[in-house]
Ligand binder design. Structure first.
Ligand code: NAD
Ligand code: UDX
Length: 463
């Protein structure tokens, strides 16, 4: 079975870059990415590649090559579904904010809406691919919706979770550690798996394309994110112990990372992990475990989130305590708002929670981030509902120049590890700050001895 026409529902952080790379590598397949968000689709179609809706290094080049050749962005969901042989579902699956499982379970309403739309529109057989991260056994629900249309159309459902990380999405897509494809172990299921393998095999070595049954594939995605987040919480837990014992968390991470069984990656102590995936996916895992009555399993993974929340609070408390237990009316400069460098995404960014805690103490926060807009910062704060929108707008402002952010500040806090922060003229920043001048490095990127020799009082996590 040779796929000629792909539709992807959801033009977000996953759907956009993933389909751009599939289209780039398969010029003979027509790929149409659809979304109900017209502004987002317009931005994907913008002639000015700087206006693409998401910032990812290298993405502009890929889009430039494939767009309007065999890559298209559209709001016409029905037409794209009808024309496709293969449909990727790449819509958001946020944590539920209502009803049963509120605050834990994944909200699958967008997945169900897509499934019903496919069921309604499809007139020819289709392979439906779960690209979104989903609770294990969701394929069963999708199958039940699709198979009850009564119009004789045959559907195969595959699970093909996405492992890209933001900030390195294009690199991760072009050279993935592995591609995972799960499907039914029947003749038709195996044919559908092979059709998707063929698409990836145009650029991914076959030994890096793993095929499994549906449930293993669905569960592997949640498991991978849980393991990754667990490493960050583990090193963050050690960071506090380092601070009280005189050990240095970077030295400890380096020492344990040399053990080939542990490995050196994902051991950077920080102000806490953010991003749209880790918290949501672990909470979802905890919910699933509880729903099967596996309370010890649920408690084990929940601790990763508890530790992460604690790390964010601990960083904010450190700032308050160090500034003589009063920050009311003090200016605190934030360098960075994104949840990690090289992305404009702020979902669950630690900066939001640290800012909120400091604002409760009536600090004035001035933020500089190279990619995040002032509107986005305000919307992140307003979403928390801690205080009025007016109070948020008064107490947290955004500037376009890092030196202006730091001028007359009592303290500078580094919340994102943007490379440019390391290259600043820290003497100039020091000269223009209130004294004593404090730096709180939540990402371990600044050189402590250089800053201390300038005169800063310096705090880094885990030292
Ligand atoms: P996103 O919010 O950026 O994009 C989802 C898009 O789907 C939105 O633009 C939304 O308008 C659209 N949409 C929702 N319902 C729709 C419908 N019925 N019809 C058409 N469009 C619809 O989300 P994302 O970050 O791309 O994540 C998508 C999925 O991929 C999630 O399940 C997430 O867990 C998973 N994932 C995300 C990442 C990541 O780094 N962001 C990595 C791996 C997996
Ligand atoms: C993550 C997974 O890595 C990816 O495979 C999955 O598809 C989506 O979720 P992402 O959230 O985009 O990707 O970025 P990631 O690089 O994993 O970072 C997540 C958070 O952990 C960031 O806030 C980052 O700063 C933090 N982190 C990461 C640390 O604090 N220390 C580390 O050592 C690594």
């Amino acid at each position: 079975m040779k796929i000629k026409n792909i539709c992807c529902i959801g033009a977000g952080y996953v759907g956009g870059p993933t389909m751009a790379v599939i289209a780039q590598k398969n010029p003979d397949i027509k790929v149409t990415v659809v979304d109900i968000n017209a502004a987002r689709i317009a931005a994907w179609n913008d002639k000015d590649l700087n206006k693409l809706p998401i910032y990812e290094p290298g993405l502009d080049k890929v889009v430039e090559e494939a767009r309007n050749r065999n890559l298209f962005f559209s709001t016409d969901v029905d037409t794209a579904i009808e024309a496709a042989d293969m449909i990727f579902i790449s819509v958001n699956t946020p944590t539920k904010t209502y009803g049963q499982g509120k605050g834990m379970a994944a909200d699958l309403k967008y997945i169900e809406l897509c499934s019903r739309q496919i069921a309604r529109v499809a007139k020819t057989d289709k392979i439906v691919v779960e690209k979104s991260t989903l609770p294990v056994r969701t394929a069963q629900a999708i199958k039940s919706i699709l198979h009850n249309t009564g119009n004789g159309v045959q559907f195969q459902i595959l699970s093909n979770p996405e492992f890209l990380a933001e900030g390195t999405a294009v690199q991760d897509l072009i050279a993935p550690d592995r591609v995972l494809i799960g499907g039914e172990q029947t003749k038709e299921g195996l044919e559908a798996i092979q059709a998707l393998v063929d698409i990836y095999a145009t650029w991914v070595p076959l030994e890096n394309i793993l095929t499994t049954n549906l449930w293993s594939s669905e569960l592997s995605k949640l498991t991978a994110n849980a393991f990754l987040a667990q490493r960050v919480s583990s090193i963050n837990a050690m960071s506090e112990l380092c601070e009280v014992t005189g050990a240095d968390v970077n030295e400890v991470a380096n020492a344990i990372g040399k053990d080939s069984r542990i490995g050196p990656k994902f051991l950077k102590a920080s102000v806490g992990f953010g991003g749209s995936c880790f918290q949501k996916d672990i909470l979802n895992l905890v919910y699933i475990a509880k729903s099967y009555g596996l309370n010890e399993v649920a408690d084990y993974w929940e601790q990763v989130i508890i530790m992460n929340d604690y790390q964010k609070r601990r960083f904010a408390s450190k700032i308050i305590q160090t500034l003589y237990n009063t920050i009311s009316g003090k200016k605190i400069a934030f360098l960075g708002w994104a949840f990690k460098k090289d992305t404009n995404d702020t979902r669950e960014s630690a900066a939001i929670y640290v800012a909120d805690q400091l604002m409760e103490e009536q600090a004035n926060i001035v933020v500089y981030d190279p990619k995040v807009t002032a509107d986005q910062m305000q919307s992140d704060l307003n979403y928390l509902n801690t205080r009025t929108e007016e109070a948020n707008a008064t107490n947290l402002t955004t500037v376009l120049d890092p030196y202006e952010a730091c001028k007359n500040a009592h303290a500078v806090a580094v919340l994102t590890e943007w490379d440019e922060f390391k290259t600043y003229d820290w003497q100039k920043i020091y000269d223009e700050m209130k004294k004593p001048a404090f730096v709180f490095d939540g990402r371990g990127i600044l050189d402590q001895s250089t800053l201390e020799s300038i005169g800063f009082h310096f705090y880094a996590i885990g030292k």
